[in-house]
Write a protein that binds this ligand. Structure first.
Ligand code: IMP
Length: 181
């Protein structure tokens, strides 16, 4: 696949993502043996990752989706609102939050704060990408991480810049000239 003209470098290829999803899937399946976790995917960015990941889950599982807004352009607004909630009853359930990327950690920490009060049995986080240098919250305890990357703005595999580039089959660094016009 040719690199998109607005991408300066591919950080994680489609092949690397597929093989990482197999690895994570194996680990999660073993950790949740005998349980039926519910994967709560954060719309819209985590959809391609979630779709690839769940193909590798071997224990019984369910899926649900939430929509949370926190970003506008390339920097975090720090304000998190839940625009769409789950449709399942989460009482007594083992939750796995599926996220495309963790940067400041504000989104997931707010989401977790909200769902922790719903009498859930447990929760963990699985994220395709982590940018640890961007972290502004402590104690997120993200258990399952695909790839650690430097603090650069990336697009592709669900990740967007103003809703574009989600369809790219890899994760790549967006050229600065695109958002510094
Ligand atoms: P956090 O709250 O700062 O951890 O950011 C989480 C959300 O910000 C992700 O779900 C993404 O929607 C968005 N985000 C953070 N970094 C990037 C990036 O490099 N590219 C695209 N979206 C990003």
């Amino acid at each position: 696949m040719l690199m998109h003209k607005d991408v300066e470098e591919i950080l994680v290829s489609q092949e690397q993502i597929a093989s990482k999803c197999q690895e994570l899937g194996k680990q999660i399946s073993a950790d949740y043996e005998g349980k039926t976790p519910i994967f709560i995917s954060l719309l819209k960015g985590s959809i391609p990752f979630c779709a690839e990941l769940v193909k590798n889950i071997e224990c019984p599982m369910e899926m649900d989706f939430i929509d949370v807004s926190s970003y506008n352009g390339v920097s975090s607004t720090g304000k998190v609102t839940i625009k769409k909630d789950v449709s399942s009853d989460l009482t007594g359930r083992h939750i796995i939050f599926v996220e495309d990327i963790i940067d400041t950690g504000l989104t997931l920490s707010e989401v977790i704060k909200y769902y922790k009060n719903k009498n859930i049995a447990s929760y963990e986080i699985v994220a395709l990408i982590d940018k640890p240098e961007g972290r502004k919250v402590e104690g997120l305890n993200q258990k399952y991480i695909g790839f650690n990357i430097p603090n650069k703005f990336v697009v592709g595999y669900g990740l967007d810049y103003n809703e574009l580039y989600r369809n790219l089959p890899y994760v790549g660094v967006l050229k600065r000239s695109v958002y510094e016009k």
